[in-house]
Every structure is written in C-alpha cells, then in structure tokens.
Design a protein around this ligand. Structure first.
Ligand SMILES: Nc1nc2c(ncn2[C@@H]2O[C@H](COP(=O)(O)OP(=O)(O)OP(=O)(O)O)[C@@H](O)[C@H]2O)c(=O)[nH]1
Ligand SMILES: [Mg+2]
Length: 327
C-alpha cells in the first residue's frame, strides 16, 4: 500500500535530518507523527517514530537527573565526617542546628529532612563535619543514604529518649539490620586489621535525645550494651559539650602543632592525624617534600623531655608539638 506522504510530513522529515540537538530532533519527530497519514501502510513508520520519540524523552529525563544535586557524596571537611543517623523525628536536625553553623529544617513531623546537609562543629581547636541525614526506616530510605553512612568516619545514632526502652532497642536492631543489608556494620571501634572489602565498619555512638524529658538512666543502661550512649537535649543544652568531646574521641585522631626552631609553636591550627601516627607521618602531612629533606625531629609533649630529638618512627600523642629540621 502506498504511503501517500504529505508535503508537511516530508518537510518535517527534512527538519529531522537537519536537527543537531535532541530538542530539535524531538520537535521534528513530533511533527512527523502529527502529519503522517494514519493508515495500515504507515503502521511501521508510525511505530518507528513513536519509538524514537520515547527514546529521546527517556534520555532527556536521565540527563536532567544528572543535573540535580549529587546526594551520595558529601565532600569531607575538617578532622572527620560524622553522619547523624536515626529513625524519623528522632532529633537529628535539632542536633545539627545546636552543634554547628548550619540551619536545617527542624519540624515536629517525621520525614522533614529529605536531603543531606553538612555543618561544621567546633571542638576546642578542631573543626568536625556533621552531616544531617533523612530518616532511616524499614518503610522507606533513600539508597544514597547508605552510601553516605559507608563513607563516614563515625555514625551518631540519634534516638528519641522519650520512647520506651523496648521500642528503642527495636529501633536500633532494625537500623543495624538495614545497614547490614547494605554492607555497613556499626562497630564500637574500627580495627585497623584487614577489612572485608565488601563490609564497611563504621564506629557508632548512640545519642539519646530529649534528655530534658526526665531520667533516662534505665534506657542508657539498656542501650550501653550496644554502643556508648550520650544523653542530650538541644532544647536545654544538656549533654552537648559531652557529645562534642565524645565525637572527637571516637574519631580516634590526634592533633599535632608545629613550631619553627627558636620560635613559639603555632597553636592555632593543628594538623589532624589518625591516632597512632608517627613523627614521620606528621612531617609528610605538613609537606610531602619534607620527607626527603628530613634531618631530625624534636617533640614537645610525648617525648621524655621537652624538645627531645626523636626517631621518625616515634608515635605521637594528641597535642604534641613538633619541630622539623630539614637539610
Ligand atoms: N523537648 C525536646 N524536643 C526535641 C529534642 N530534640 C528534638 N526535639 C523536637 O523533636 C522534633 C523533631 O526534631 P527534628 O530535629 O526535626 O528530628 P529529625 O530526626 O531531624 O526528623 P526527620 O528529619 O523528620 O527524620 C522537633 O519538634 C524538635 O523540636 C529534645 O532533645 N528535646
Ligand atoms: Mg531532620
């Protein structure tokens, strides 16, 4: 059967051949579909046009997804990255607001947080990054939430302290299982021994919110079997200093200050290194090139006496001051 194509259709087909970008192609295809004579003889052509339109539209939605914010990674800043994880309405955003410079939405209904939000928390002279997450629950959690927990140095598990102890234990168990399904294991402390590549160990602390609700001792006792517990209330300030300190300690890092020979140390901005780092690790952190030029290192703090010359394998302690001598 002859197709009997119209002049309008032939014009649209010409436009399609000349089209350079997907939008122009889509417009031409839609014009072709509108002008093609609708009868048996053009069935095949109609189907082909429809298929090409669908493909272009699908590609368009895919690429517009890419243009949206990247949610499965937050650039790490400061001495460590701590995710605020927990069931809906447990007080995660309130913690971010109380501890950092960030201004998250705090609301008395669940699922108020929908995208991750970072903020910086100051502990003494160290900046630590906290990341507020949407809630985790068996009903619904975004898949990128698990990626963010995986990448974190520490998980602050926020739980609503006004809930009954059995309910809290159930919440923790559910979260542990959900994370395990996504190859994340909450632990007290990350061991430096070889890790199973598929399973990521993330140290965890329980943060029991609504500490202003009364005595939470029984709940603390029960939950302490799982992870160390800190009771807080962003409403009246209970436990916030203790939480800052616990987060710093749980990150398992040390601060190292540097000084120039004959000068006072720069005590303003410490270098932050993993606990157990050596004097040579610190030198490398200050400047890669210093390693080759290193003559010797003096230490104030963990040395036997102030200014002691130490071997490069010397293990540093938190708040040590080092003086680097180069050739
Ligand atoms: N009294 C009291 N209220 C709190 C405390 N922490 C949070 N709230 C309240 O609890 C509600 C929920 O707090 P959010 O910080 O939004 O909770 P969330 O965990 O971020 O909630 P989602 O993002 O929806 O999962 C808000 O009305 C807060 O004001 C607390 O320690 N004491
Ligand atoms: Mg929230």
């Amino acid at each position: 059967m002859p197709a009997n194509l119209t002049a309008d259709f032939l014009k649209a087909r010409k436009e399609l051949r000349a089209a350079k970008d997907p939008q122009a192609k889509l417009a031409a295809l839609e014009k072709m579909l509108a002008t093609i004579p609708k009868h048996k003889g053009t069935d095949h052509m109609q189907a082909d046009i429809k298929r090409r339109i669908a493909k272009l539209k699908e590609e368009d939605t895919k690429s517009s997804h890419h243009k949206g914010p990247q949610l499965d990674h937050i650039e790490r800043e400061g001495a460590g990255q701590v995710v605020l994880l927990g069931p809906p309405n447990s007080g995660k955003s309130s913690l971010l607001a109380a501890l950092t410079n960030a201004h998250p939405e705090v609301a008395d209904y669940p699922y108020s947080t929908v995208i991750p939000l970072p903020g910086m928390m100051l502990y003494e002279d160290v900046q630590i990054q906290l990341v507020d997450l949407p809630p985790i629950s068996a009903e619904f959690s975004e898949s990128w939430l698990y990626s963010l927990v995986r990448q974190a140095d520490l998980c602050a598990l926020a739980l609503d302290g006004s809930k009954q102890v059995e309910e809290l234990a159930d919440d923790v168990e559910e979260i542990i299982l959900l994370l395990e399904e996504h190859h994340v294991r909450l632990v007290q402390r990350r061991e430096s021994t070889e890790e199973d590549m598929r399973v990521r160990d993330v140290p965890c602390r329980i943060v029991l919110t609504r500490g202003d609700f009364g005595d939470l001792a029984a709940r603390v006792e029960e939950l302490s079997d799982l992870f160390p517990v800190i009771v807080v209330s962003p409403v009246d300030g209970t436990g916030l200093d203790a939480l800052r300190e616990e987060i710093f300690l749980a990150l398992d890092v040390i601060r190292v200050y540097t000084k120039l020979p004959g000068k006072a140390a720069d005590m303003v901005e410490p270098y932050v290194l993993p606990a157990g780092s050596t004097a040579l690790d610190a030198v490398r952190t200050v400047h890669r090139d210093f390693v080759d030029r290193l003559k010797y290192i003096r230490v104030w703090g963990s040395g036997r006496f102030d200014g002691q010359q130490v071997p490069s394998t010397h293990t540093l302690a938190d708040r040590d001051i080092i003086e680097i001598h180069l050739s």
